[in-house]
Design a protein around this ligand. Structure first.
Ligand code: C2E
Ligand code: CA
Ligand code: CA
Ligand code: CA
Length: 276
């Protein structure tokens, strides 16, 4: 047993060292990623479930590194949050997504909202409201087409500064949604005081619709209560028609998932829209 525990310890420390080395590599390589034009955005449609039309697109960042290949956001966003690099990356995403959306409008596509993921670090940055305002002015996108998605964990920071920035963002005329709802410990009633427009039900609950009764109970409870509190509901991660028809029946407003469309580059979307 002694030998065994020694081996598992060295295995563990090896894994740990590798993880630290990976993080350092990512942090170092991120420094030149914007300059070298290595980021791109994939857009995933969010459908109005009653009308069957696109009502929004979510901007999802992609990192194409010359040696590391495609690095998924779950691997580099947390690192960039720790290092502070998320401030520059987040600004790039916001600018690029707003300017692309303005371009789609100028090309004559029926307008839709652009939903941009914002990390807590960005929202707490003192210049964030000014930054958003400046980007809207520069790109010419009307505020009503921009929606910021923040995760539930932001609400753990129950501070005056946070409440103030949320209010000033709302005052610009943009909308706000809570992402991955249901994974944290926030109650819907608590969300109301921050005047969120929408709640996005986490895809783990949507996937459970087919698995057991609790998946159905949780999604329908979130939808009914959010509606009573004056918020709309978006279901993420819809992968099949069973999940879809359940959500339509429960009057869920909007839905997103591989069943409709995977995230794609702006060029790929242009080709699809032109096909029709
Ligand atoms: P998220 O905001 O919850 O985004 C939804 C994720 O679910 C995306 O993964 C999307 O590709 C994936 N997805 C969409 N439909 C389906 C489906 O039907 N089934 C399954 N299994 N997955 C689906 P992605 O693009 O890998 O992004 C992962 C996370 O990285 C995002 O989760 C978000 O938290 C973060 N992220 C992405 N882009 C940005 C960004 O620009 N800024 C920040 N701060 N975070 C970002
Ligand atoms: Ca999101
Ligand atoms: Ca989400
Ligand atoms: Ca998620």
């Amino acid at each position: 047993t002694k030998k065994h525990s020694k081996n598992s310890f060295s295995l563990f420390s090896h894994e740990l060292n590798k993880e630290i080395a990976d993080k350092l590599t990512i942090e170092r390589e991120l420094k030149s990623a914007i300059r070298n034009d290595e980021f791109l955005i994939h857009y995933q449609p969010i459908m109005d479930l009653a009308a069957g039309k696109i009502s929004a697109m979510e901007a999802l960042i992609r990192w194409n590194h010359p040696e590391l290949g495609m690095v998924p956001p779950d691997r580099f966003i947390p690192v960039s949050e720790e290092s502070g690099q998320i401030i520059a990356i987040g600004k790039w995403v916001l600018y690029t997504a707003c300017s692309q959306t303005k371009q789609w409008q100028q090309q004559g596509y029926a307008p839709f909202r652009i939903c941009v993921n914002i990390s807590t670090i960005q929202l707490q940055h003192p210049n964030f409201v000014q930054l958003v305002k400046g980007i809207l002015e520069e790109t010419g996108l009307e505020a009503k087409w921009l929606e910021l998605e923040v995760t539930e964990s932001i609400l753990l920071e129950d501070t005056e500064t946070l409440k103030e920035s949320l209010l000033s963002l709302k005052a610009l005329g943009i909308s706000m949604s809570i992402d991955d709802f249901g994974t944290g410990f926030t109650s819907l009633n608590y969300l109301r005081q921050f005047s969120f427009d929408r709640v996005k039900i986490d895809r783990s609950f949507v996937q459970d619709i087919n698995q057991d009764l609790s998946g159905k109970a949780i999604t329908s409870t979130i939808i009914a209560l959010a509606h009573k509190l004056g918020m709309e509901v978006v279901a993420e991660g819809i992968e099949d028609s069973v999940q879809l028809s359940y959500l339509v029946n429960e009057l869920c407003n909007e839905g997103q998932g591989y069943y409709f469309c995977r995230p794609k580059s702006a060029d790929q979307h242009d080709l699809l829209i032109m096909d029709k």
